[in-house]
Design a protein around this ligand. Structure first.
Ligand SMILES: Nc1ncnc2c1ncn2[C@@H]1O[C@H](COP(=O)(O)OP(=O)(O)OP(=O)(O)O)[C@@H](O)[C@H]1O
Ligand SMILES: [Mg+2]
Length: 212
């Protein structure tokens, strides 16, 4: 089984994935948590280029780097894990590419589809949880434990996060568009709720849709 989490940076994906992985493990399921980009030797190097680079990366260069990282993860880790019956939880997958590189950077969506198909070997998640939040609120969360002034230009943010408020509004709109075309796969969650309430909602939906 493949479960993916989507949403803009700071929406609460990693927080929920940690909770869900703990819950599923306590149910004696073999769980593997992975994040994109990363989680193979090569993919982690690509992650460093994508997130830590100080200079510019062209939109197409960015797309191909994310896709290369995904191809490594799919072939080296995801396909073998699913083959032995593990539950794989992915922190971002190809919907992030459609939202960020498509709606955010403006790359043609048909072109994206072909590249996504190549990099994923056609794998589609069984269910995708989308955590919905406004960009300004997500930014506030990122800075909540610091005294650094709130800004999309802050040095504290990674290269993607420094893309700005307008970019994030387009990405969020992109997610809403993607969901309207994939209603059966997506579950939209209001990310403003408390962590425990979101966790309960996720568990309830999973148990309803995939009873053991
Ligand atoms: N439901 C929530 N309510 C309030 N704060 C939250 C909630 N969920 C997560 N947070 C806090 O918001 C911040 C961002 O959460 P988290 O790292 O899980 O987001 P993320 O979606 O994984 O972000 P990124 O895409 O940057 O990895 C953290 O400080 C986390 O503790
Ligand atoms: Mg995270």
């Amino acid at each position: 089984m493949l479960i993916t989490f989507e949403g803009i940076d700071g929406a609460g994906k990693s927080t929920q994935i940690k909770q869900l992985a703990g819950y599923l493990s306590s149910q004696d399921r073999e769980v593997l948590v992975l994040r994109e980009p990363g989680d193979t030797e090569v993919a982690e190097k690509i992650r460093t280029i994508l997130l830590d680079s100080k200079g510019e990366i062209s939109p197409i260069g960015e797309l191909l780097l994310f896709s290369a990282s995904r191809a490594e993860l799919v072939q080296e880790v995801i396909v073998p894990a699913i083959a032995v019956g593990k539950t794989v939880i992915l922190d971002r997958f190809f919907d992030s590419t459609t939202a960020y590189q498509g709606y955010g950077r403006g790359i043609d969506l048909t072109l994206l589809q072909s590249i996504i198909c190549i990099s994923t070997c056609g794998i589609i998640p069984d269910i995708t949880f989308y955590l919905d939040i406004e960009p300004e609120e997500a930014l506030r969360r990122k800075f909540s434990k610091t005294s650094i002034p709130l800004s999309f230009e802050s040095e504290e943010l990674d290269r993607m996060e420094r893309s700005g408020a307008e970019f994030y509004r387009n990405v969020r709109r992109g997610y809403h568009e993607i969901i309207s075309h994939n209603k059966a796969r997506f579950v939209t969650i209001n990310a403003l709720q408390p962590v425990a309430a979101i966790h309960r909602q996720i568990i309830t939906i999973l148990e309803e849709r995939f009873p053991v």
